[in-house]
Design a protein around this ligand. Structure first.
Ligand SMILES: [Mn+2]
Length: 309
């Protein structure tokens, strides 16, 4: 499995990205990193980052574009053409650096493209503007994938791109082969989606480019360790990760605000390995046979088998 973890979790106790890369290199099982652009690059020489990645045997999955203050009223869909252009430029730069670092994709979470009040936003105009911006970003370098990570709210009351259906509609409107979807478990729970179903909708269309695992209670983006709250839903989600042979990176998007970040990451890896071996022990065919019955009682066979001694 290709695994990555959230770098910002380590900034609580480490001031330097290079130190953090050295710490990540010590965690058995971690293979990739996702870097935030521009924040993780500010004050560093790209060559130093490359060197730290190499000596720690870490590959770059891609860059996550982080939109800050100037974009709080919208990014690609901002009504001010100058701000919208700056948002695009940020994505172009992220594509360039991703390529330079040997990564394959940028992740765009359009967290500020949304609204808080009725009559605040011209929905059709913003939508069309986002579609055309994503087309430009996708065409800028067709070798780099563009993955859209949706989240239903926070920081906006309503995100424009807030659920699996809307995201797939967006990807369909953008209509470029290098545009797809990143699924974040907590974001799906916030929208009351069942994560496995969202995965199937994306994977059936061959659009699954990223998986962010974490857990939470569904109201906010809790970023808890994986499977700790929604064990059965996580197992179902991972069953489909295997079934569709998703071979991209699994990224632990967790927020160890009190916990030691390396130990927290190692626990996520242990949990994931255990969940995957449970699924193997029960058997993909057995699970498929259970699912084909469309029977609530029969469905518990999977859980019972997982819990069997
Ligand atoms: Mn995420």
């Amino acid at each position: 499995m290709k695994l990555a973890t959230r770098i910002n979790s380590f900034f609580r106790t480490s001031a330097s990205l290079i130190d953090i890369l050295d710490q990540l290199g010590q965690i058995a099982g971690l293979t990739h990193v996702d870097l935030n652009y521009p924040e993780h690059f500010t004050g560093y020489d790209l060559e130093d980052i490359k060197e730290a990645l190499q000596r720690n045997n870490l590959k770059v999955n891609g860059l996550a574009v982080r939109f800050r203050d100037p974009f709080i009223n919208g990014e690609l869909g901002n009504a001010d053409p100058k701000v919208a252009q700056e948002a695009k430029e940020l994505c172009f730069q992220a594509v360039d650096i991703t390529k330079e670092l040997g990564g394959s994709q940028i992740t765009i979470w359009p967290g500020y493209d949304g609204f808080d009040y009725p009559f605040q936003l011209d929905y059709a105009k913003a939508w069309k503007q986002i579609v055309s911006a994503l087309q430009e970003i996708a065409d800028y370098d067709p070798a780099i994938n563009i993955s859209i990570e949706y989240k239903p709210y926070d920081p906006r009351t309503f995100a424009l791109i807030g659920d699996i259906g809307t995201t797939l509609l967006l990807v369909s409107d953008v209509n470029r082969p290098n545009v797809g979807v990143t699924l974040d478990y907590c974001h799906m729970k916030m929208k009351h989606e069942n994560p496995a179903y969202s995965l199937v909708l994306a994977a059936e269309r061959n659009l699954l480019l990223g998986v962010h695992l974490n857990d939470g209670y569904g109201v906010t983006d809790d970023g808890l360790m994986i499977g700790t709250v929604g064990l059965t839903q996580t197992l179902e989600f991972l069953y489909y990760v295997k079934k569709y042979r998703y071979d991209g990176v699994i990224y632990f998007d967790t927020f160890p605000t009190r916990e030691e970040a390396a130990a927290e990451c190692e626990t996520n890896i242990k949990l994931l390995n255990r969940f995957m071996s449970l699924i193997e022990r029960v058997g993909m065919d057995t699970i498929e046979a259970v699912v084909s019955q469309n029977d609530a009682i029969a469905a518990q066979e999977v859980l019972l088998k997982c819990l069997a001694e």
